[in-house]
Every structure is written in C-alpha cells, then in structure tokens.
Design a protein. Sequence first.
Length: 214
Amino acid sequence: MSADGAIFAATGLVAYLLGSVSGALVIGRLRGGVDIRTLGSGNAGGTNALRTQGPAFALGVIVIDLGKGWLAAAALPVVARSAGASSVWLPAACAFAAMLGHVWPAWHGFRGGKGAATLVGALLALSPTALGVVLGVWLSMAVLFGFVGLASIVATAALPIAVWFGRIAPLVPMLAFGIAAAVLVLYTHRANLARMRAGTEPRARRLWLFGRGR
C-alpha cells in the first residue's frame, strides 16, 4: 500500500471510531446510566431520546451526533492532507465512515442509531447547498405525513439527486456518498417502514399538518 493509501485508510478508521461515539449513550451515562436502547423504539438517536428523555437530553444527543459528522468530514481530511493525503474522495469517505460508526459503534457493542443526524453534520461540511435540499425535503415530508422515519428516508434519497442536478463537486465522490448514505438510511429505518405498514408507527404530531389539534 502506498503512503497516500495508508493515510487514507487510517483516516477512514479514525472517522469510524469518531462516529462510534454515540451521543445518546454518552449523555445517558452522564445522566446516571440511562441506556435509551432499552426504551421506546430502542434506537440510540435523537428522536427516541426526545420521546423517552425529553428535549434537554435530546439536544445534547443531537449536538454530539451532528458534531462528529462535521468533524469527520471537515477536520479529519485537513489533518490527513497535512500528512500527505491527496485523494478527493477523502471527505466523503470520512463522512460515510462516521455514519457507519454511528450505526454500528465500536464503543457501544455495535448497536447505535440510524445515521441521519451524523449525515446532517457531515453535509454541513461537505455541501451546505445539498444540506438545504435534504432539510427542505425532510421538513416537507414530516409536515405532510407526520412520520420522522419516512421523512428521513425520502430526504436522504433526495441527496444524490441534489448532487447530480446541482453538479456539486467533487461530483463522483459526492454522488457515491449520496447513494451510499441513502441506502444506509433506508436500511436503518426498515423497522419504521414495517411499523408504518402495520399502522403502529407514531407520528410527530407537532410537525404533522393534519395532526394538529387532535
């Protein structure tokens, strides 16, 4: 392996380990050992944190999960390039590695969240334009249908479309990242889809246009 390849691989590993720092489980330990994987939906993410522990807990979770996505996509590539790495794939690869760490965290028994918040943090570094599209689609879906999981799936699926039509550079790495992120988020939300089909998925009534006042 070349020196450039070795730096690339090492940086990707660090991004994965950074992504493995689960905001929900870190905050839970600071709050006396709360493990939200045993509560609510069992997901170690912001939505389940909000439903089971309240807004202050959920805010801490989101800050950590967004922050690690941003650090992976923005800071780690800078460090790698200072060490001699030159690949245009590095920011996108680090972003996806952080998402994988969030979903399958090495520090927490490989049981983590669904990757959406970490994706948002990464997009803040990679492309604010693409992030704006993703957030706009997410909000539209949440308002129309009330399902956070469905909104996350459709919004992430819009990412590669936004990259392609927006010609967001570097195009091929960003397009590959968008497709991979969309597939991963679809996979991590498979239980949500099953509950939607069964009619047991809870709606976010504060966001859902047709659920207000009920």
